[in-house]
Design a protein around this ligand. Structure first.
Ligand code: MG
Length: 159
């Protein structure tokens, strides 16, 4: 078994859709970035790649490449999972935390877990998603951005 960690931050901006874990969340602002800026999926991708000691998300999917402009991050997540499969790894479980002062994410956690489960083709019970605020402190607390942490355990699959 191997463990990996991922962390990502995106800035909140008006005129963008807020997408977390591939789920569109109603809010007055969205995350800014080259792709759909799904900070949660980006953290998960880096946790998975890190567990396999593969190059990070920016190396695998360079933001300078026009192919990734506005791309749905679930596509990137699936590709990262495919990379792991090619190396003979399966995903044991994933745990992640989204840090956002607003909006309140608890109503969307189940949908996010269901979505990640279908993209990764692993049971929902093996995917934990949590959300917290920082009590108004720091950039997340001031509503300037949203961050996400993820850890993933992967295992060698016997073929
Ligand atoms: Mg990112």
């Amino acid at each position: 078994m191997r463990i990996g960690h991922g962390y990502d931050v995106h800035r909140l901006k008006e005129g963008r859709k807020l997408i977390l874990g591939g789920v569109s969340i109603p809010f007055s602002m969205g995350l800014d970035g080259v792709s759909d800026a799904d900070v949660l999926i980006h953290a998960i991708i880096d946790a998975l790649l890190g567990a396999a000691a593969l190059p990070d998300i920016g190396s695998l999917f360079p933001p300078s490449d026009p192919a990734y402009r506005d791309i749905d991050s679930t596509v990137l997540l699936r590709r990262a999972a495919d990379e792991l499969e090619e190396l003979g790894y399966g995903i044991t479980n994933i745990d992640c935390t989204v840090i956002a002062e607003r909006p309140r994410l608890s109503p969307y956690i189940l949908s996010i877990r269901e979505n990640l489960s279908s993209v990764l083709n692993i049971p929902m019970e093996d995917i934990s998603v949590k959300a917290t605020t920082t009590e108004g402190l720091g950039f997340e607390g001031e509503g300037l951005g949203i961050s996400a942490h993820a850890v993933a355990i992967i295992h060698a699959v016997n073929k």
